[in-house]
Design a protein around this ligand. Structure first.
Ligand SMILES: *Cc1c(COP(=O)(O)O)cnc(C)c1O
Length: 388
């Protein structure tokens, strides 16, 4: 590799292979591209079978699926909902759509997800202050790493808080050992949601899924995504619904991607292994979390850079220098409690997520990433730190 070499290595792009063209062509050939057609049912069925849960309802995206989850949980005006602060904004906005107020929980260092001890403290403190528990808790499993859900679920069960899992980034991740052994992330709380946006582990162009074991809630979710229209020809509606359905075209692509998911997960795990082998033992680099109780999906490979031990190279400098070499990277999210719309909301803890924000950088990890391109990324990261 010469010093001047410059490639083009994107962060995380879709891998459109397998039956994608066959299924999309079938939609076009049969004229079923919109709200009618067999692929939505099929995608829902195959998805529910994959994550081994009761039933699934497709939605236009992960955010709309979460909005529906709020309604199923009975979240309404004036309610409080606990949620992770270190996550993508889409975890939190649906709480506001429902007229409720988020109360933020900081990350733990083991998973970077909501800290169970702080979640418990928050539930107890709200009970003391408001005389009732928060209505729900939206738990994000970020970057593909499962949250430490067992103690959080215990507290939610004890106080009657509806546990909603935002598994948008963690499709395919599972728990290991104990009561949760083998269970998929997103199927442990009362309601779970997933996303098939273009940068997620599988994509339908844009799309989402809601899972729940309560058949009544599933029926209502479907109803709410389809304008709450009652059967029959007369356009009768029994509540305010939404146009949140997934199109047959999107579901066709989603169904083709789901077939490839096991292969994608293997590739993502291999990418993580190669980066970890290269960076482990390097001063100033913290590898992504890998809790003992779970198999992550390895969606987005994210490390922390401590500039006091990397010759002053922080994640901002690293991002810029890698960009000059054609390597796309991304900082982690600014915690939601620092965003202007939510900065008045209550917060339990806060410093852990702020540190991860300050130090986090995601590296290229598309399913199609070649070993050669990954070596280029690794060598470039190392040389940037060496040069300082
Ligand atoms: C992508 C994402 C969502 C929302 O998904 P969309 O399909 O883009 O609406 C929700 N939560 C998290 C954590 C996400 O990363």
């Amino acid at each position: 590799m010469t010093v001047l070499e410059k490639r083009n290595v994107p962060l995380c792009v879709p891998e459109l292979a397998g039956n994608a063209m066959n299924y999309l062509r079938e939609c076009v050939d049969t004229n079923f591209v919109s709200s009618v057609g067999p692929f939505v049912d099929r995608f829902e069925r195959d998805f529910a079978a994959y994550v081994k849960t009761g039933r699934a309802v497709a939605a236009s995206n992960g955010t709309s699926a979460l909005h529906i989850a709020m309604m199923l949980a009975g979240v309404g005006a004036g309610d409080e909902v606990l949620t992770s602060t270190f996550t993508f904004i889409a975890t939190v906005n649906p709480i506001a759509y429902a007229g409720a107020k988020p109360v933020f929980i900081d990350s733990e260092t083991e998973t970077w997800n909501a800290d169970p001890a702080l979640a418990e403290e928050a539930v107890k403190e709200r009970v003391k202050k408001n005389g009732k528990p928060p209505k729900a808790l939206v738990l994000a499993h970020i970057l593909g790493c499962p949250a430490n859900i067992e103690p959080i679920k215990r507290v939610c069960d004890e106080y009657g808080v509806v546990l909603i899992e935002d598994a948008a980034e963690a499709l395919g991740a599972t728990y290991i050992g104990g009561d949760l052994d083998g269970l998929h992330v997103g199927t442990i709380g009362e309601i779970g949601i997933y996303s098939f946006n273009g940068n997620k582990i599988i994509t339908s162009g844009g799309g989402g899924m809601l899972v729940c074991r309560d058949e009544k809630k599933i029926v209502r979710a479907k109803h709410l995504t389809t304008q709450a229209k009652l059967p029959g020809v007369e356009y009768s509606h029994d509540e305010i619904g939404y146009n949140y359905r997934l199109t047959n075209l999107a579901a066709a692509l989603g169904a083709s991607q789901l077939e490839l998911l096991p292969e994608f997960l293997k590739k993502k795990a291999a990418i993580t292994r190669r980066y970890n082998d290269a960076f482990s033992g390097m001063e100033g680099i913290t590898l992504p979390p890998r809790p003992s109780f779970a198999n992550p999906s390895n969606w987005l490979y994210t490390m922390l850079l401590n500039p006091s031990k990397t010759n002053g190279i922080d994640r901002r400098v690293m991002h810029e220098r890698l960009k000059e070499r054609g390597i796309e990277t991304r900082p982690t999210w600014k915690p939601i409690h620092l965003q202007p719309m939510y900065k008045e909301c209550e917060l339990f803890g806060g410093s852990t997520s702020e540190t991860i924000f300050d130090r986090g950088l995601s590296l290229p990890c598309s399913v199609g990433l070649t070993d050669d391109d990954q070596d280029y990324v690794i060598e470039t990261v190392k040389s940037i730190i060496e040069e300082g």
